[in-house]
Each structure stands twice: as structure tokens, then as C-alpha cells.
Ligand binder design. Structure first.
Ligand SMILES: NC(=O)c1ccc[n+]([C@@H]2O[C@H](COP(=O)([O-])OP(=O)(O)OC[C@H]3O[C@@H](n4cnc5c(N)ncnc54)[C@H](OP(=O)(O)O)[C@@H]3O)[C@@H](O)[C@H]2O)c1
Length: 433
């Protein structure tokens, strides 16, 4: 079937939707040349059709009923960029059942209902393309599904939330406290008015669900991912980490070991010599190790109107190619198994601990004994500063199980010589872990 025009409908015309219109318009000729077919946007669903919008938007395309897009028999490809989960799930399923390809940027939707929706797509001989759902404009989904497909992926480690990376960069470079850096990020539009999903690590965990499922061909749920955010990270720890040769980053980590999958999102010290330590401001970076390819890294803007639209439009083009060449159900993920996930308390890490103790002889020995009793071996123990009565101590452990570290901490918290436990952070070394 040689189609001269492939018709596109869109759900949502906010940050990403507006970017999609712009890219399709500014690169119209190039896109048509590459496809041998032109793309035409024929209908766009929004919440409020009366809202003020960019004057270039053709208001005749707008509707406040998503079904006018998903049910339109002329539309071949439905682009879901409205966000949220339930309404998006309903509309995406409806579009698939109506025989349309779906392109989405919605990580929450794909992390929670991706497997089910991909099944609906398969049953209808279509596909869902979701490159923009993780890492904005950075190619990640397609490289994992295709370019790295022949590898056994050993580990994946990434900075996949721009808001938290911006805040941590401001803290480390400009000496801002967490609250100040957050306010600045909000002013500049790098953090939302309600930034809790970013700060608590949930946004990164949703993205890790999607990446880890693809990397390990296994269904990964949010509940499998131990998630901690950055609101407890103190400027003092960022400074001490730098003195020890580390940067502090919110890291998403997925690793396949003999015991199962290790999955987590938490702030961590990462050696300054690691390429991820240089990923600054709102940028994202993802470091993947495969058994054949070795180490590869992806870097770029993980959000924003045009970067995200770059990925959405590439997916629209892929769907258009499938339609033009009548490829049915070409690349739906064939199988997602269910690999075991290592229970949190058995997952191993190195730990950085900062505490305050009474400045008296024997405290180091007591700490060493408490760690020894829990089979935790120490890599370093440093007295940072002290006043007349209090000593500030920083410790770094070797690799230990979370459960053993928690046991040692219970004993240390109960010691009369310990005044406060100020910070506990994980430490990542250059070879994953
Ligand atoms: N922003 C980014 O940088 C970025 C990056 C990667 C992925 N994403 C994902 O892309 C999606 C869209 O994000 P965004 O930042 O573009 O959101 P946004 O600016 O809030 O825009 C949402 C759009 O959807 C419309 N909408 C919302 N609910 C609707 C409903 N029930 N029916 C019809 N229309 C509805 C809104 O209509 P009105 O215009 O009338 O309000 C608006 O046009 C989300 O899933 C997000 O996670 C965003």
C-alpha cells in the first residue's frame, strides 16, 4: 500500500505535545523525504479547548474528548502525551483495539501497565512505541531492544532524573543547601511545583522499571525496587565525599547476579573518575555493561519540550514506516519472564556513614566492635572535626549485606557514646555494585 499521507492524532498539547507539533512542522520536508510519505496531524485532544495556546496551533484540530482521537477511523497513529495513568491507560487500550499504533512518552503508564498494553497491541497486530518515556531525547529503549539485543546485560547504572541531578550539582558546585537548590530549580522550571515524585526517587524508579524489564527481559515492578530520594542529602556529606574522591548522585542501579536481580534507586557516592560523575545539571547519563559490547554510555537531555519531542517524533516515524510497508506486529517484545529479585536485606553495598560521638577515648574501638559483631568490615574511619565534647566521624565500609549493616547500626544507635547518626549513603565503585 503506497500511502501518500499517514494521519496522526494526539492526546495532549502541553510541554511535549507542543514540541511534537514544532518538530513535525520545522522538519516536515526532511521527515517526508526519509519516510517517502508525509505525516499529517488531524486531531488533538486537550482538557480545555478554550485555553490560550501558541497562535500557530490550528484550533479546528482541538477536541476535549479523547475518544474523538482514538475512535477516528482516519487516524493511523495515536500519540499519547497527556500524562496520568488511568485516563491514559483507557485511551491507549482503546486506540490499540481500534487498530492504531500508539506512541507514548508516559513512564508512569508504561511502568505500571506496559506489559498488559503491549499484549493488547500484539493481539491487534500493532505496537506501542515509548522511546520518550525514559531519558527524554536520549536513545535508550531502541538501543536496549535492538542494538544491544545480542548481549547479556550485566548491569545498568544511570542518572535518570534531571531535577535531582540539577539540585545535587548546585549543592556541590555552588555550596547551596538542599532547600536553596530546590527553590532555584523550581524558579528555572527544572523542578515541578510538587517535586515529591522526583525528590523521593519515584520518577527514577518508574524509569528503572522500564529499562530493567528490557535489559533483563524480565517483568520488573515498582515494589521490586528499593527507592530512596535525595531530601536527606546534606551539603556537608557532598563536601566530605569530594574530599574522599567521590561525587554524590541519585543513581538508578540494576544488576543481574547469580542470586537474581539487584534493583535500587538511591543517592550514592560514585568515584569522580567514573563517567557518570561528570553528568551535571539537568542532564541524564546511563551506563550499560553488556557481556559482548563491554561498557557503553548514553548522555543527553532527559526532559524538555524539543528533546522529548525528538524521541516521540522518531517513534511516530517508525510507526509510519510499519504502516507504509504493512509490517504487522513487527517488534513487540516477545517474552518477559519473571527473574528472581534479591531481597533488599540481602543486597550488598558499601556504605558511607557520618555520625557524632562523645569525644572520649575508646569510641573508635567500640564502633569497630559493633561492626565486627555484625560481620561488617571497615574500609576507612576518619575523625573529621571535634569541639570540646563532640567528635564527628566518617566511616566507609567494604561490601556488606544491607541486613548486616542494619544490625551494626542498631547496636551503634544504642551506644551511650553516640550522639547522632547524621547520614547513611551507599558507595558505588567503578565496576558496578
Ligand atoms: N515535560 C517533559 O519534559 C517530559 C519528558 C519526558 C516525558 N514526559 C511525559 O510526557 C507526558 C506529557 O507531559 P507534559 O509535560 O507535556 O504535560 P503537560 O504540559 O501537563 O501537558 C498535558 C497535556 O495533556 C492535556 N490533558 C491532560 N489530561 C487530559 C485529559 N484527561 N483529556 C484530554 N487532554 C488532557 C492537557 O490539556 P490542557 O492543555 O487543556 O491543559 C495538556 O495539553 C507525561 O506522561 C510526562 O511524564 C514529559
Amino acid at each position: 500500500m503506497d500511502r501518500e499521507v499517514i494521519k496522526v492524532g494526539m492526546l495532549g498539547l502541553g510541554t511535549v505535545g507542543s514540541g511534537v507539533l514544532k518538530v513535525l512542522e520545522q522538519n516536515r520536508g526532511d521527515i517526508a523525504g526519509k519516510l517517502g510519505t508525509s505525516l499529517e496531524m488531524v486531531r488533538i485532544a486537550v482538557r480545555d479547548v478554550e485555553k490560550k495556546r501558541d497562535p500557530s496551533v490550528d484550533r479546528a484540530l482541538l477536541t476535549d474528548n479523547p475518544d474523538h482521537v482514538t475512535d477516528d477511523p482516519d487516524i493511523d497513529i495515536v500519540v499519547e502525551v497527556m500524562g496520568g495513568v488511568e485516563a491514559a491507560r483507557r485511551s491507549v487500550a482503546r486506540a490499540l483495539v481500534n487498530g492504531k499504533y500508539v506512541v507514548t512518552a508516559n513512564k508512569d503508564l508504561m511502568a505500571q501497565h506496559g506489559v498488559e498494553l503491549l499484549r493488547v497491541a500484539g493481539m491487534n497486530g500493532k505496537n506501542i512505541l515509548y522511546e520518550a518515556s525514559v531519558g527524554g531525547g536520549i536513545p535508550l529503549i531502541r538501543p536496549l531492544k535492538r542494538c544491544l539485543a545480542a548481549n547479556r546485560i550485566l548491569s545498568l547504572m544511570g542518572i535518570i532524573n534531571g531535577t535531582t541531578n540539577y539540585i545535587l550539582t548546585k549543592m556541590s558546585r555552588d555550596g547551596r543547601e538542599f532547600g536553596e537548590a530546590l527553590a532555584e530549580a523550581q524558579e528555572l522550571g527544572f523542578a515541578e511545583a510538587d517535586p515529591s515524585s522526583d525528590l523521593e526517587g519515584r520518577d527514577a524508579a518508574y524509569k528503572l522499571c522500564i529499562l530493567a524489564s528490557l535489559a533483563f527481559s524480565s517483568r520488573v515492578d515498582m515494589a521490586d525496587i528499593h527507592t530512596e530520594g535525595i531530601s536527606e542529602v546534606k551539603l556537608r556529606d557532598i563536601r566530605y565525599a569530594a574530599e574522599l574522591g567521590y561525587a554524590v548522585k541519585l543513581l538508578a542501579l540494576a544488576e543481574e547476579t547469580e542470586k537474581g536481580l539487584k534493583l535500587r534507586v538511591n543517592p550514592a557516592l560514585i568515584p569522580l573518575s567514573h563517567p557518570l560523575a561528570a553528568v551535571s545539571n539537568e542532564f541524564n547519563g546511563i551506563f550499560i555493561t553488556g557481556d559482548a559490547v563491554g561498557e557503553v554510555m548514553f548522555y543527553g537531555r532527559g526532559a524538555g519540550s524539543l528533546p522529548t519531542a525528538s524521541a516521540v517524533c522518531a517513534d511516530i516515524m517508525e510507526a509510519a514506516r510499519n504502516i507504509k510497508h504493512e509490517v504487522e506486529n513487527g517488534i513487540v517484545e516477545a517474552t518477559f519472564g519473571q527473574k528472581p529479585v534479591i531481597p533488599f536485606l540481602e543486597q550488598e553495598s558499601r556504605f558511607y556513614l557520618r555520625l557524632k560521638a562523645k569525644d572520649q577515648p575508646g569510641v573508635f574501638a567500640q564502633l569497630a566492635t559493633a561492626f565486627g559483631n555484625a560481620r561488617v568490615s571497615l574500609d576507612m574511619i576518619i575523625q573529621k572535626r571535634s569541639d570540646a565534647e563532640t567528635a564527628e566521624i566518617v566511616l566507609v565500609t567494604h561490601n556488606v549485606a544491607e541486613g548486616d549493616f542494619a544490625k551494626a547500626m542498631a547496636e551503634i544507635r544504642a551506644m551511650p557514646t553516640i550522639k547522632t547518626i547524621n547520614s547513611i549513603l551507599r558507595v558505588v565503585e567503578n565496576q558496578g555494585g
